[in-house]
Design a protein around this ligand. Structure first.
Ligand SMILES: [Zn+2]
Length: 506
């Protein structure tokens, strides 16, 4: 240590800077929610210490676990102090040139092109890079973060929107390495959502929110039980019924020795509504659909926004737009990729059926035919108090196939409807879902069940081949499995081979 008084920052796997990062996030959230500076001032004093030790770049230490980069970007946004953004950049650029992939130290960050290593660390880092890219416009950051995102969307995303499938190292796998008995930590899903929200903010493109929505309704919210007091750390897409799968617990657990996921999930739930709308110039982006009331300022005018909908169980959304005075602006309604025939913004998963009912929009009861720009239906007009926009996103049941290079899902299909991925749970279906075979005659019936699992839509799959006979099984939203005890579960169901040559060979 070349300076008296400097703390002995631990360079390797230490969580000191990670803890400060979460403190900064909390301080900014507390300030924004209450207007009080009590916790924010603590954060700023701490940031002064970090600046003293790292601001001159003489001490080159990459945080042992990323997240402080995002916290610093938030301190910068709230205070306008350029040092906090510079510190975020200093920590990002302390990585590489030759270290472990596990901690994203293998290359300087602007030379990284694929998602590797510990998935929570990685996604927090990519989100921090997106913050610096958005706030500084640095072309090298923008290029790197775009390439890494393409790698995830094209080759490393589970159908549930989870990432980081390898238990060993809690890590991203190779391209198309997406096993069903996967790890997919809740925190990795949360960090992926944060990263995608930032990618949207600096591009205005809806495809990032398509990934965010898929994660949100499936591999993120699966992290908490319906009772709100038990949690998943890993979120696998299949469970074979053998003993413990969740950090030595059978099923969701009340707490973990490494307790990152439960509070992370709770703070993300609390922050979710902040992602519903966005404003840029004279455009109002409507990104998520849920019964809600919101407020925004567009074209210097306060606008109240009320959504009436039963989304994600029903795709009809009634949005009431109430500006304080008549005002012209552009309303951009996100048309989810799934409503356009694309479960994900890549060829990683595709719909095997050709059920493609058209989405429609009405304004004041009149059908309009808006242009589609970057995934948004665009409506420019003078808005009056109480104007009603009705968006209809039809929700047929889709059969999904994985890219042929995903070995684990070859010869299998999954079912989804709207943004919701379904799973078959053994407990109520009397059979291990691994033994079921989807046949050419299998049909899915949509069934609303208000008294089941907190009110969900289930899919009754008729004519599924089971060991004893052909019968029907009930699929539930993946996110609510393991709320009726722990039983085998599968998202991907094997298809009965149809080929004559295989039957003849037996
Ligand atoms: Zn976690």
């Amino acid at each position: 240590m070349d300076r008296p008084g400097a703390l002995a920052w631990d360079p390797d796997l230490s969580h000191e800077l990670y803890n400060l990062g979460h403190l900064y996030e909390a301080g900014v959230a507390h300030f924004q929610a209450t207007g009080r500076r009590t916790l924010l001032d603590v954060c700023l004093q701490s940031a002064e210490l970090v600046w003293r030790d790292f601001g001159d770049r003489r001490l080159r230490i990459a945080p042992g676990h990323q997240v402080i980069e995002m916290g610093l970007a938030k301190l910068h946004r709230v205070t306008g102090d350029p040092r906090w953004l510079e510190l975020a950049r200093i920590f990002l650029e302390a990585r590489g040139p030759a270290g472990k992939e596990y901690s994203q130290q293998h290359l300087p960050i602007t030379q990284q092109t694929t998602a590797v290593g510990h998935a929570v660390r990685a996604n927090y880092m990519y989100a921090g890079m997106a913050d610096v890219a958005a706030l500084s416009g640095d072309a090298a950051y923008v290029a790197a973060i775009g390439k890494i995102w393409d790698n995830v969307a094209e080759k490393k995303l589970s159908l549930t929107g989870g990432v980081g499938p390898l238990q060993r190292g809690e890590a991203y796998g190779a391209d198309y390495e997406l096993p069903n008995a996967c790890y997919n930590e809740t925190c990795a899903a949360i960090a992926l959502m944060m990263w995608n929200q930032r990618m949207f903010l600096f591009t205005g493109e809806a495809r990032y929110l398509d990934v965010l929505e898929r994660t949100c309704y499936n591999g993120f919210i699966s992290g908490v039980a319906l009772t709100g007091d038990r949690f998943f750390y890993p979120n696998p897409l299949a469970y074979d019924g053998s003993a413990k799968n969740n950090h030595d617990h059978a099923g969701r657990a009340p707490w973990f020795g490494c307790a990152c996921c439960p509070p992370n999930l709770m703070r993300t739930l609390a922050a979710l509504t902040g992602w519903f709308y966005a404003v840029r110039d004279a455009s109002l982006y409507v990104n998520f659909y849920a019964p809600s009331e919101g407020a925004a300022t567009v074209a210097d005018t306060a606008v109240r926004l009320t959504q009436a909908t039963d989304y994600p169980w029903d795709g009809r959304i009634r949005l009431t737009v109430s500006p304080a005075r008549p005002v012209t602006f552009t309303l951009r309604l996100r048309i989810p990729g799934w409503a356009q025939g694309h479960p994900v913004p890549s060829d990683l998963y595709t719909y095997a059926d050709d059920n493609r009912p058209a989405w429609t929009v009405r304004v004041g009861g009149q059908v309009v035919t808006p242009e589609l720009e970057s995934g948004y239906a665009v409506i420019t007009r003078e808005w009056q108090d109480g104007d009603i926009v009705e968006l209809n996103l039809p929700m047929p049941v889709h059969t999904v196939r994985g890219h042929p290079k995903i070995e684990a899902v070859r010869g299998a299909v999954a079912f989804e409807r709207g943004p919701v991925v379904y799973a078959v749970e053994g407990a109520v279906n009397r059979t291990n879902p691994a033994d079921l075979l989807v046949t050419a005659r299998t049909k899915a019936r949509v069934q609303r069940q208000p008294d089941l699992l907190g009110d969900v839509v289930t899919l009754v799959l008729d004519e599924v081949a089971a060991p004893e006979a052909t019968r029907h099984v009930t699929a539930i939203p993946y996110a609510v499995w393991n709320n009726r005890g722990l039983a085998p579960m599968a998202v991907w169901l094997k298809e009965k081979a149809q080929s004559i040559s295989q039957e003849g060979a037996e």
